[in-house]
Ligand binder design. Sequence first.
Ligand SMILES: Cc1cc2nc3c(=O)[nH]c(=O)nc-3n(C[C@H](O)[C@H](O)[C@H](O)COP(=O)(O)O)c2cc1C
Length: 417
Amino acid sequence: MIKSLSEKRILLIIGGGIAAYKTLDLIRRLRERGALVRPVMTEAAQQFITPLAVGALAADHVFTDLFDRQDEQDVGHIRLAREADLVVVAPATADLMAKHAHGLANDLASAVLLATDGPVLLAPAMNPKMWAHPATRRNHKVLVNDGIAFIGPMRGEMAESGEAGEGRMAEPLEIVAAIEALLAPVEKPLAGRRIIVTSGPTHEPIDPVRYIANRSSGKQGHAIAAALARLGADVQLVSGPVAIADPAGVLTTHVETARQMQAVVENLLPADAAIFVAAVADWRMADAADKKIKKVAGKGPPALQMVENPDILAGIGHHAQRPLLVIGFAAETQDLIKNAQAKLERKGADLIVANDVSHDSGIGSGGVLGGVMGGDRNRVCIVTRQGAQEWPELSKQEVAQRLAELVAERLKEHQKN
Ligand SMILES: Cc1cc2nc3c(=O)[nH]c(=O)nc-3n(C[C@H](O)[C@H](O)[C@H](O)COP(=O)(O)O)c2cc1C
């Protein structure tokens, strides 16, 4: 495990939302990376998880009370704020957002937030109706204008059954990535570089309610965009429909189809590098129906006439404004390296990141098809004209970090030549 947050002091404010249970995992993930986590819990937070569990995981005292004489003498809310490299609020409730947007300080959490002049990251979590309410919209705007960073909320199912929409707290690893981005070391080898990244699947409509899709989650592409941003790049992410949050520090454009993705990517040129991670659908309907195709008794299923989608990677690989570095991803189920090398030539790419998405790739954890698509881990092979280099099985975050470093090296070499 890379100690990416070694000795970083994180003051973690836990608000009173159902997502507080995910914060227990967040504490673990932060400590794994070497961070020192000092927890503050609101009174409401203690209805959802116990200070005992939080304190045990953080291995620190849990601060809960603005008027605790012992705590105030020992540390005090001003010192709590001053002694942090970053203040993180997870879950950030509608209530905490409202209080901070208005400068209230009537409990420990809000007083610490007001006494902080360092960076602050909020991971909101609330019912979609609360998030969409004009009051929360106003508070969000005020906080963004005040320089507060946000991660999420995400779209998806709420813990309350039957509710879905925008309001889910970002997953612990997404919050960790946002924290890493905010606390990144000052060395920025990609500063001044403009990099385009595509991520996620594309959806190709069959009719207004049906579409052709694939199992790409966007996790790898989004992690790469975030890792490039951490190294200082100006990253433009073009994302197909995914259920994960936009990475922090990255400008994200959302698209649905391959043709939309191609148009956005071409509009973003010129760039120093372009990395095509998205699993773009190879085919689309020749003529998507503009009304829902009806099931007609006795008529059988409709014949789906398909045509080929544009090849975005090849288009950019041979473009008049071709970036210095063009990288493609190849998800293969057989003859991994041979297919990747052929792709390199055909598409005018400098490097292909080949990953084996077959059932026997032996990678577990969460995904389908051998665990790579949708999962959290990946085993890739870096194929260039000089040869192929296999990387060990890594988390998608680690693959992203290594690839971002490789991009920095390659662009530096270009500068020398
Ligand atoms: C079961 C339950 C779940 C709740 N979940 C949330 C939530 O996810 N987000 C939120 O903003 N408020 C939620 N609330 C409301 C907050 O707990 C309430 O506004 C509280 O005053 C917040 O206090 P705090 O901001 O000091 O932590 C929930 C309340 C209950 C009873």
